[in-house]
Design a protein around this ligand. Structure first.
Ligand SMILES: [Zn+2]
Ligand SMILES: [Zn+2]
Length: 340
């Protein structure tokens, strides 16, 4: 089969590799479409615990093209998606049920062969039917699963107000689910008018165009507009933005760190402010058990990614996809398809 293969960070090619063969408990998935994600850029640079050589990619919709002998839960030809995150089930955290923080957590497209390929194999318990859901919707199952997890952690109180920094696909889906999970008013702040227009088209209550060169000015005007927010979500991965979050949070409110930074990055917060105003600062990292919630949310339209796919490339044109992801300001979500 054809696949995008990284031999080392930044060293990749599209080439022929052996076809994967499903083990007894595995499903062979033929990739129909696969989403390119900000995480893939971190992996491109060698971050995010990636193990090389590697076929990246972790957002997929495909069809069942083969079944191991023990698999009875799926049928050949069925539309499916794959939960990429695999805990070890042996460590102390896993044995306490805290599988998401498993120190041995591994992922499709990080440690295992990923979805930027014609086929992948996966144990059947990680494969979910998306039968009846449009492929352009089902391809969002993985980012939506992370959003379901993060919104679940925030558990917005009915009537609460929220600010989401960042209008990438995941920021916008996060803002949308917040609105539909109890938040009474959600603002998205970002530095791209193009992305904020999409936010408004998705029904987000308010948007704020940030001046990247002036984060303090952004904070001042957001505070003047709102008086602060019960929930502030950092979904940009920028530490300059992260520094704005605690001051913009209403007393007894919560900051959620959702964007991916580099491991050595630091954010600055005032411990006195956190103490005096009882601010909670917490993180949300991926998910392990939110695929059922993501699939049902996409099936009912409770989470609706319509309009987010802006660019489509053949697998062979991975280089163009990477270039667009890095430099094209009119990108929301890029999908690759092996057969185009
Ligand atoms: Zn992703
Ligand atoms: Zn574990």
């Amino acid at each position: 089969m054809r696949a995008v293969v990284y031999d080392a960070p930044r060293q990749w090619s599209v080439r022929e590799v052996p076809d994967p063969v499903p083990a007894d408990d595995e499903v062979l998935v033929q990739v129909l479409q696969t989403g390119v994600c900000g995480t893939d850029l971190h992996i491109h640079e060698g971050g995010f615990y990636a193990e090389f050589p590697l076929i990246p990619g972790h957002e997929v919709v495909g069809v069942v093209a083969g079944l191991g002998g023990e698999v009875t839960s799926l049928e050949l030809g069925e539309r499916v998606t794959v939960n990429p995150n695999v805990p070890c089930h042996r460590c102390d955290y896993c044995r306490r049920g805290q599988t998401l923080v498993c120190p041995n957590l591994k992922g499709v497209g990080t440690n295992f062969p990923g979805t930027f390929a014609e086929y992948l194999t996966m144990p059947h318990q990680f494969v979910y039917s998306t039968e009846g859901i449009d492929d352009d919707v089902a391809v969002f199952a993985e980012p939506v699963s992370c959003v379901v997890h993060g919104v679940g952690l925030l558990a917005p109180r009915p009537g609460s107000t929220a600010l989401v920094f960042g209008a990438g696909p995941t920021g916008l889906l996060f803002a949308q689910l917040l609105q539909r999970s109890g938040a009474a008013h959600v603002t998205v702040a970002a530095s791209s008018k193009f992305k904020l227009d999409r936010a408004l088209a998705m029904g987000i209550d308010a948007v704020h165009l940030m001046d990247r060169a002036d984060p303090t000015g952004t904070a001042t005007s957001l505070m003047a507009e709102s008086g602060g927010y019960d929930l502030v979500v950092e979904a940009t991965g920028s530490t300059e933005v992260a520094d704005l979050c605690v001051p913009l949070t209403r007393s007894q409110g919560t900051v959620l760190v959702y964007g991916v930074t580099d491991a050595e990055d630091r954010m600055t917060i005032s411990p006195y402010d956190v103490f005096r105003r009882e601010i909670s600062v917490r993180g949300s990292f991926a998910q392990v058990d939110d695929f059922p919630g993501a699939v049902v949310s996409l099936r009912t339209g409770r989470v609706d990614p319509a309009g987010l796919i802006t660019h489509r490339f053949a697998l062979e044109d991975y280089g163009q996809a990477l270039e667009a992801l890095q430099h094209d300001r009119s990108v929301h979500k890029i999908v690759l398809a092996p057969s185009w």
